[in-house]
Design a protein around this ligand. Sequence first.
Ligand code: ATP
Length: 203
Amino acid sequence: MFLRIGLTGGIGSGKTTVAKIFELLGVPVYYADEEARRIMNENEELRLSIQKEFGEAAYKNGELDRSYMASNVFQNPVKLEMLNALVHPATIRGATNWMREQRTAYAIKEAALIFESTAAEELDYIIGVYAPVSLRIKRAMERNGVSYDEVLKRMNNQIDEDIKMKLCDFIIYNDEQKLLIPQVIELHQKLLRLAEEKPLSQS
Ligand code: ATP
């Protein structure tokens, strides 16, 4: 029956790139980080809690002020954890509701943080996208136009990549050694088979 799949990986691992390939195969994808940004802007209750915790200035013209958050929250692990504790329940609920609406054999939730919250409990299998740290730093620096130190700081807010990969059920290697598309197609076929084998009572 229907499977709920998580897709995760560290900064610059290529999880969004992998998610787009799954989308090309007709698999619906919920982009949790994008959704979190939307929810932080649109959910009034959440906005008030964020302002209470981090100050009125956390919002500018009704939208989360990302440069304020970058200098006052994102780089402080304790504050970042507090922010995640406020935002994660809303995005997890959003993903759960979205999953219920899907009519395909399986659907994917793409998120940087899955094991760091309770999100994994809501998923049947989790795919990890792996790339070596040096490559991830290079990709993130090029894409975001940020410094080496900046990327490293952000990486330090996520759990160790090797531990994360051990917790995953499947791994896609995006290390520029193995081709990406054949790996995604092979996994897609495996997930279709697993969805078929999953007993009705579990879905
Ligand atoms: P983040 O969590 O930082 O958003 P991510 O894991 O979603 O990152 P992507 O956005 O998919 O990663 O990829 C990061 C950057 O690296 C992008 O600019 C992407 O185009 C590039 N990239 C990813 N995989 C490859 C690849 N196999 N070959 C070349 N460039 C790649």
